[in-house]
Write a protein that binds this ligand. Structure first.
Ligand code: SF4
Length: 372
């Protein structure tokens, strides 16, 4: 198949694996512990386990599954806020499908739909503007969720809503940014990460420049990479080359998509619509300064929480047995959690890392359950 097969060539994979093994064996002689490499993005986690990349690598490489899945870090209190709005009789609440099953204190958006709320799954936020135009007697609310990957489409939708003069459209904003979160992770004294595979989709928007502090301030190597098996293997080869040579640089394996400066048009739309919030809560990670966004004054009329004057939903602590936060910071693997595969399964998820198709626990459950 054109455009896919060339990124799954077994001979090229063998060559890259031989290179990685050779470099890692030299590093291992000088180190007493395995290399811990964080794949920041849930899309990479799934690709690594789906294609068995972890099983092909030498045991001296361990993956740490990072916080780059927006559904996995979605706090329960924010789901409670969505449900408070969705259950109002005048509201059509629209969301991406992967947020439907994330549990809050009063169940999930799917539970709210079962109770009678008008909750609809959309593939593009622009569809919600059509709903608003077709239902002038209703309030249409879009759940804006995700990193810089999905933020531009929410921003363009808001610009369209303003242009069209829609007064029955608003968004519940849960957009978050990856850079402050990586800094916060690196500032934690007991988190040990030797290098990063950085997310391809987010980087397509923000470019490679914002990662510079990871190399300069924290002296860690980083490679931006794509999602096909050869992308990931090539990025791993670049990462172990840096570690072997004692270099800490930001490198870009995904040049066919990602540039140094990112997408200027998308960033312009983000600057128009969003501004950084003082602090945002992340499930399992706590509050992180400057890690989330809110609407700029020019777009604040579209803020659903202001429009419906919602309550401030409290932070909700996870079950003390759940280890979602430890998985997100690399302190343990999903199958170290006592709830994994028992109280927490994809059918009956306790934590969001099991709900989302990009969650590390869902990846382990789907591809490595027999090893648990
Ligand atoms: S198995 Fe469930 S509760 Fe445990 S860390 Fe994973 S998502 Fe969280």
């Amino acid at each position: 198949m054109q455009y896919v097969d060339e990124f799954r060539d077994p001979e090229l994979a063998k060559t890259l694996l031989a290179h990685i093994r050779h470099k890692v064996s030299a590093i291992a002689k000088a180190s007493e512990r395995p290399l811990q490499l964080m794949e920041v993005c849930g899309g990479h986690t799934h690709a690594i386990y789906k294609f068995g990349i972890d099983q092909l690598l030498p045991p001296e490489i361990e993956f740490v599954h990072g916080p780059g899945c927006p559904v996995c870090v979605l706090p329960m209190g924010r789901i409670d806020g969505c449900i408070e709005i969705a259950e109002r009789p005048e509201v059509i609440f629209c969301t991406y499908g992967d947020a439907m099953r994330v549990p809050g204190r009063n169940g999930s958006l799917l539970d709210a739909k079962r109770r009678g709320a008008d909750v609809r799954i959309v593939y593009s936020p622009l569809d919600t503007l059509t709903f608003a135009e077709q239902n002038p007697d209703k309030q249409v609310v879009f759940f804006g969720l995700g990193f810089e990957t999905t933020m531009p489409s929410t921003a363009l939708t808001l610009q369209q809503a303003k242009r069209r003069g829609l007064t029955n459209f608003s968004i519940f904003c849960q957009h978050i940014t990856i850079i402050p979160t990586l800094r916060s992770l690196l500032e934690q004294p007991d988190v040990r990460i030797d290098g990063f595979l950085a997310p391809g989709h987010v980087s397509m928007v923000i470019g490679t420049t914002p990662y510079g502090f990871i190399a300069e301030d924290f002296h860690k190597p980083l490679v931006v990479t794509g999602f096909e098996p050869l992308d990931i293997l090539q990025a791993l080869a670049m990462l172990v080359d840096q570690i072997h040579d004692g270099r800490c640089e930001v490198e870009n394996q995904y040049k066919r998509i990602v540039s140094q400066q990112g997408n200027a048009l998308a960033r312009k739309a983000l600057d128009d619509v969003f501004e950084l919030k003082e602090s945002s809560e992340w499930r399992g990670l706590g509050s992180i300064a400057g890690s989330g966004v809110q609407l700029t004054p020019a777009y604040r009329e579209f803020d659903a929480e202001l429009r419906f004057n919602t309550q401030e939903h409290q932070e909700v602590a996870d079950d003390p047995l759940a280890r979602c936060g430890d998985v997100l910071t690399g302190r343990c693997k999903p199958n170290d959690c006592p709830l994994f595969g028992t109280r927490c399964t994809p059918q009956n998820a306790f934590g969001a890392l099991m709900v989302s198709s990009e969650g590390a626990c869902a990846a382990y459950y789907q591809y490595r359950r027999g090893l648990a």
